[in-house]
Ligand binder design. Structure first.
Ligand SMILES: *Cc1c(COP(=O)(O)O)cnc(C)c1O
Length: 408
């Protein structure tokens, strides 16, 4: 048997079934009307935000990275919980606007922003995190044409990365941000052009579980921001320190020591260099805010045995759960936390593999895990499905289409 990832704390059974947000899995499926289904828990999201607020220094604002989960009701719930929103496309701008979020709270990063996206963002009063000098020139020209003073921050490609992170986004040659040594000149140019310069955006990586690595990156980030401010001769109104807080997905992963991250950041902010004395700070998190709040429910449509191995065949799959299938940036496939939701308190009875309904060997949700015996009609739960599930999987593959989503 291969181990399964750790189920996030706090999930319990009622009448043998997994409960999410006070409802049993079968009630949730009945309410949604179909499987596969993503269920997101409002209570779990709010609890996570509260943990962050109490662990982090009070002056650090909290932004939500929309790409982790742009489901409308999740955005609406977030509107009352976090300070700002980070988007990465014009499509996400439309989503946050549709959720009633004030564009003044929004910043827009991401390479390859089209002119129409820049114009919509500038016109709405969104802060652009500029990814290049070329993008800066286009933004200034568009702003001049429509007669708006643009809110422009510079995304810095730092000369370091977040150690141990699942996805590195800084250090060396990158499509993201402006190389640090060219940033002061760009800031001077933005100020000379009359832009509302908003400061720096420095994002060094994602999915880190090591508090000391995050603390080290935050210290490097503050030092870099101070150096760039000195060279530019201007105090940044705001510095986005990035994020990268990870969640445990795989066997052996330990949760991030949030208190240690908060204490280290607090100590660093106590001794800020003069260049950042009046600067406001924020961090941006996606996965950490919503990842563990979501569960993907899929129904067993077949149970079969091949060469002695049991396959639990579901109506879901990698078209909604690319990461759980091991095909989204993982080198070695390991099991996510997966359970039989309709037999949540039953003991392990057999070794089986949970697969999806796609005609490809890549479509595997759990490989040779220990499970209770599942029959046709049972519900399977994939945990840690609140981030990069629905939004980061190829829903159109094989004509399947998107899963249902609900927030409870
Ligand atoms: C993807 C991304 C995030 C969110 O990363 P998480 O791992 O979900 O917290 C934040 N900022 C930027 C710039 C990103 O590209």
């Amino acid at each position: 048997m291969k181990p399964l990832g750790p189920i996030p704390a706090g999930f319990a059974a009622l009448d043998g079934e997994l409960v999410i947000g006070g409802c049993t899995a079968s009630d949730l499926v009945a309410e949604a009307g179909r499987t596969p289904l993503f269920v997101y828990s409002r209570e779990r999201i709010a609890a996570r935000v509260a943990e962050l607020r109490s662990a982090l220094p009070r002056q650090v604002a909290l932004n939500y990275a929309v790409k982790a989960n742009p489901f409308g009701p999740v955005l609406q719930a977030m509107a009352g919980l976090v300070d700002g929103f980070d988007i990465a496309s014009g499509g996400e701008l439309a989503m946050v606007t549709a959720a009633g979020i004030d564009p003044g709270r929004v910043s827009f990063a991401g390479p390859g922003k089209r002119d129409d996206e820049l114009e919509a963002a500038i016109a709405a009063g969104v802060t652009l995190n500029l990814e290049s000098e070329g993008e800066a020139a286009r933004a200034l020209a568009i702003a001049a044409r429509i007669g708006v003073q643009p809110k422009l921050a510079v995304r810095v490609n730092p000369d370091f990365d977040l150690k141990g992170s699942g996805m590195k986004m800084g250090g060396g040659a990158k499509p993201f941000g402006v190389d640090a040594e060219r940033v002061p000149a760009l800031v001077k140019q933005l100020l000379a052009a009359g832009a509302d310069w908003r400061g720096f955006h420095i994002f060094a990586g994602s999915q880190a579980l090591d508090a000391s690595a995050i603390a080290e990156t935050q210290a490097q980030t503050l030092a870099l921001a101070a150096r760039l401010a000195a060279e530019a001769g201007a105090m940044p109104p705001k510095v986005n320190l990035g994020g990268g807080f990870g969640i445990p997905y795989f066997p052996g992963d330990e949760p991030l020591d949030l208190a240690a991250v908060g204490e280290a950041l607090g100590a660093q902010l106590e001794q800020l260099p003069a260049e950042l004395a009046d600067t406001a700070f924020c961090i941006e998190l996606g996965r950490y805010l919503v990842g563990e709040s979501g569960v993907y429910l899929t129904r067993v449509v077949d149970r079969k045995v091949s060469h002695g191995e049991v396959y639990i065949v579901t109506d879901g799959g990698l078209h909604h759960q690319l990461a759980a299938s091991g095909n989204f940036g993982t080198v070695v496939r390991r099991n996510y936390p997966v359970a039989i939701a309709s037999r949540f308190d039953a003991p392990v009875e057999e070794e089986s593999s949970v697969v999806g309904c796609l005609c490809t060997p890549l479509d595997r949700l759990a490989d040779k895990g220990g499970f209770p015996r599942a029959e046709v009609g049972d519900l399977v739960a994939v945990f840690c499905a609140g981030a990069y599930g629905a939004s980061a999987s190829p829903a159109m593959f094989l004509g399947q289409g998107p899963a249902a989503e609900i927030l409870v």
